[in-house]
Design a protein around this ligand. Structure first.
Ligand code: SF4
Length: 367
């Protein structure tokens, strides 16, 4: 039987970088393999972050290249294969070809636990592999388990099994209640999420221990492990914690998050880039394209070169049209107005204005 492998993907974004640091600091005995899927089109700041991380981790971060034997970098290789058809949110061939396929090849058929940096203040699931040999774990969340396994333990058909596995040791006088909640079936008026939250409110560590016992009855990768140190983890990490981890470790916050001020008709604004990923990523907002044009003009010009045969990065607007001075001015003005409309004190982070993280689109690229 193959040994369980523990892997952690570094996207170049803040959350996966912080997770790597967190895992090294808190679980030094877990032999984690770090990897990054290099599209060949990341920002220099991303490559700098990966280099800094390697120093901190004292370990190589494996670069997975999607087109290993091609003379071209991965993105260009596949773009040619797709006849110059630029990826878009409704035709995201890049994520599959450049991120998911190389990852699945890297893990092969080995049982794998994959750590994902979705934070406790986010409401989304990460990439869940369809491959049954890959199990995702979310150490920053209160519920570290993925949705598929959570819904199994909470399903009515498994109540007897789960109640049988519950070892009623004392959990702060809440043992009986915990047992009662376990026995309660879900109904249209009491759904799985409510049941899950009740159990986690009562005792996160007890829920984790029970989950591990349950997993032992399945074929999930963790069923092959004798122990799993994260069962004792009941920490929840949110955005502030992520920035703190990056700063105090010395790894640093990726340079592209740094706000840069600008002025339009006497009004002040500030822009930055909100996410990692390819410099031409179609998920970026218009103000981020302006940032790219004004702060990395060489990359903007490269992005423009990709726009051929009617394919453009943005819907209904070419980059050549976008950089007309009046258009840039308009984008900046609209952005300032939008920033002013944001309720005060909602978030101190510019990246919250720039991005709607619940609609992040590409978990493999941006976490
Ligand atoms: S960063 Fe954007 S363009 Fe690059 S692979 Fe991810 S989704 Fe595609």
């Amino acid at each position: 039987m193959n040994k369980v492998r523990h892997v952690l993907g570094i996207s170049g974004g803040k959350d996966s970088a912080a997770l790597a640091i967190y895992m090294k600091d808190n679980y030094p005995h877990l032999d984690i393999e770090y990897y990054t899927s290099d599209t060949g089109k990341e920002l220099d700041e991303t490559y700098a972050l990966i280099n800094n991380l390697e120093v901190y981790l004292g370990k190589k971060i494996l670069r997975l290249a999607a087109a290993e034997n091609s003379p071209e970098v991965s993105f260009d290789h596949f773009l040619k294969m797709y006849g110059g058809y630029l990826p878009a949110s409704n035709a995201r061939w890049c994520t599959k070809k450049l991120k998911l396929d190389p990852f699945e090849k890297f893990v092969g058929d080995d049982p794998v636990v994959s750590y994902v940096g979705i934070r406790g203040d986010e409401n989304r699931e990460g990439y869940i592999s369809k491959k049954t040999n890959i199990q995702s774990i979310f150490p920053f969340r209160r519920n570290i388990w993925s949705e598929d396994v959570t819904s199994k333990i909470l399903s009515n058909t498994n109540i007897d099994t789960v109640v049988g596995l519950f070892n009623p040791v004392s959990i702060n006088g809440k043992t009986e209640l915990f047992g009662e909640v376990l026995k309660t079936p879900v109904t249209p008026f009491y759904n799985q999420l409510q049941k899950l939250n009740q159990l986690l409110d009562l005792n996160v560590k007890e829920f984790n221990r029970l989950m591990f016992s349950f997993i032992k009855t399945t074929n999930y990768p963790l069923s092959k492990e004798e122990v799993f140190p994260l069962l004792e983890n009941d920490e929840v990490l949110i955005k502030d914690d992520i920035f703190k981890i990056l700063e105090t470790s010395g790894v640093g916050v990726p340079g592209y998050y740094k706000e840069i001020g600008f002025e339009v008709n006497g009004k002040k604004g500030a822009y930055a880039r909100s996410r990692s990923g390819c410099f031409f990523c179609f998920y970026q907002q218009k103000i981020e394209w302006v940032w790219l044009y004004e702060q990395h003009q060489d990359l903007f010009m490269k992005a423009m070169e990709y726009e051929k045969d009617g394919y453009t990065w943005m819907q209904e607007e070419s980059l050549a049209d976008f950089i007309k001075p009046e258009r840039i001015l308009q984008v900046k003005e609209e952005y300032i107005k939008r920033s002013e409309r944001k309720p005060k004190n909602q978030s101190p982070y510019l990246l919250d204005i720039l991005s709607d993280e619940d609609d992040i689109g590409c978990a493999s690229c941006f976490i």
